[in-house]
Design a protein around this ligand. Structure first.
Ligand code: MN
Length: 491
């Protein structure tokens, strides 16, 4: 399902105490608020006003309906009047969808002349939302709390970002990952508990034979390749005479896409150690599939492949870009300390600053023919890098704030896509923190998903979230990791 097809159900709390007239006003205002929020153009998904809930039965019924409606990606609650929250215990205990408590108020200002006891009986969000907050806290409900005026763009933007996290949770729960080959031999961080990941995140991670892909590549017709070569020529600069190498990548792209679509997979991994029967490591082919929204992970890294797909789903329609990335090398010159991120080949062109060039060069490892790949520089801007590691019994997501810059060197002999960035709080401290947390060399670099969106997603999926910011110190992080370890053992 596309982002805009998802709905969020707006459930407004009240009770019978105030009489039917007040309840009618509450219901009509709730509808008006949903309509206005939808018309704002800020929200990626639709808000649907469902009910002014006055009884435990109404609350439990709307929760049960929400649980079973695929198009409902979450619940947004708000207490226009006071809603005694013991009424919510049964319903909230049954809730299986993401939950946002939107603490807002119909009126922006206190109306000096009109405020009287009727006004006070109708407008009770300031204390109604506190009663609601208590019961969710008492129930230890994972939830998002957003407070602010429902017509303010910055408030709606936060609500919209949370919607994106919730939709990414729905996406995650139906995600299938296609593996070609196993993990790179002896590598630890790309390993993990696939059964545990499916229980926690919904990912169905399975393998398909490389031989089947080779067979599929053999079936691609010259006409199919011609059509794709035309698309390449329109979108990229053809900076090679070796068109045969480019045509082979086109075949790989077409064949992999056919297999992914046939199996309903939105992410894939492969490894240069198992390209049996293939002429080239897919470079351009993998980059192209990422550009179309599929997740990818190199060296059998199915976790980063799935995370790339999840983050692409979360940021659908945004324009900054998200890519599979690897920390490659550092510039440790004082005052110009930067990380250079790249991969052997497979960086998504959604992060490119300029029109990518198609080039063909030797790889040096893998023993295959020279692969075609897209070469470009990433664009400058605020971004973050995200890693998911398996700590044994639980997953940890590590997110680091970065500032991408225009690469300070042209690096004319580096024939791969690259992004250069300044890690927060600085390269040395940031790398120390990352290493302390066990973050992988493989990441998703995203200009679109904010740390708040990623944290919300992690909360919904119930996994650990570690955020390295401009304020993080190794000492504070070590303390946090130690306490997290204890807490997750108790959970
Ligand atoms: Mn790698």
């Amino acid at each position: 399902m596309q982002m805009k097809e998802y709905e969020f159900w707006f459930v407004v709390g009240s009770q019978f105490l105030y009489g039917p007239e007040v309840l009618e006003i509450v219901a009509s205002r709730a509808k008006e608020m949903a309509d206005t929020m939808n018309k704002s153009g800020v929200l990626p998904c639709k808000v649907v006003y469902k009910v002014t809930a006055k009884t435990p039965e109404e609350i439990s019924n709307v929760v049960k309906e929400a649980n079973y409606q695929d198009k409902c990606a979450g619940l947004i609650t708000w207490m226009h009047t006071f809603s005694p929250s013991k009424m919510w215990i049964d319903g909230l205990s049954k809730l299986q969808k993401p939950y946002c408590h939107f603490a807002t108020q119909y009126n922006r200002e206190i109306p000096n002349d009109e405020i009287d006891m009727d006004f006070m009986n109708l407008n009770q969000a300031a204390h109604g939302d506190r009663e609601h907050g208590f019961i969710a806290a008492r129930l230890r409900m994972p939830r998002k709390v957003i407070m602010g005026y429902w017509q303010d763009e910055d408030v709606l933007k936060r609500l919209g970002d949370w919607m994106r996290s919730a939709v990414a949770a729905a996406f995650s729960r139906s995600l299938k990952v296609m593996r070609f080959g196993d993990n790179m031999r002896n590598v630890a961080v790309t390993e993990g508990d696939k059964v545990g990941a499916q229980m926690q995140l919904g990912w169905q991670v399975n393998t398909w034979p490389v031989g089947e892909l080779v067979e599929e590549i053999g079936k691609v017709t010259e006409e199919e390749v011609d059509a794709l070569m035309q698309e390449y020529a329109e979108r990229y600069t053809m900076a090679t005479d070796n068109l045969d190498a480019v045509r082979y990548q086109a075949k790989e792209e077409i064949a992999m896409k056919k297999m992914l679509d046939r199996e309903g997979c939105k992410a894939f991994s492969n490894t240069f150690e198992d390209l049996y029967g293939m002429e080239q490591l897919p470079g351009l082919a993998s980059q192209r599939l990422m550009e179309q929204g599929y997740g990818y992970g190199g060296e059998g890294d199915w976790k980063v492949a799935a995370m790339t797909a999840v983050i692409k789903a979360m940021t659908e329609g945004m324009t900054g870009g998200s890519a599979f990335m690897e920390d490659y090398t550092y510039n440790l010159q004082k005052g110009a300390e930067y990380s250079l991120g790249a991969h052997m080949l497979e960086v998504c062109p959604s992060v490119a600053a300029e029109r990518p060039r198609i080039e063909v060069h030797p790889l040096g490892i893998g023993g295959k023919a020279d692969p075609a790949r897209l070469v470009f520089e990433g664009h400058p801007g605020k971004a973050c890098v995200v890693s998911l590691v398996d700590m044994g019994g639980r997953l940890r997501m590590i997110c680091q704030d970065i500032e991408a810059v225009k690469p300070i060197l042209p690096m004319p002999n580096l024939p791969v896509a690259r992004v250069m960035w300044r890690a927060m709080p600085d390269l040395r401290t940031g790398a120390e923190c990352w290493i302390l947390a066990g973050g992988a060399h493989h990441t998703v670099l995203t200009y679109d998903a904010t740390p708040e969106m990623l944290k919300d997603w992690a909360r919904i999926m119930d996994i650990e979230f570690v955020h390295i910011t401009k304020d993080t110190t190794p000492a504070s992080l070590e303390q946090e990791l130690f306490l997290n370890d204890l807490a997750w053992k108790l959970k």
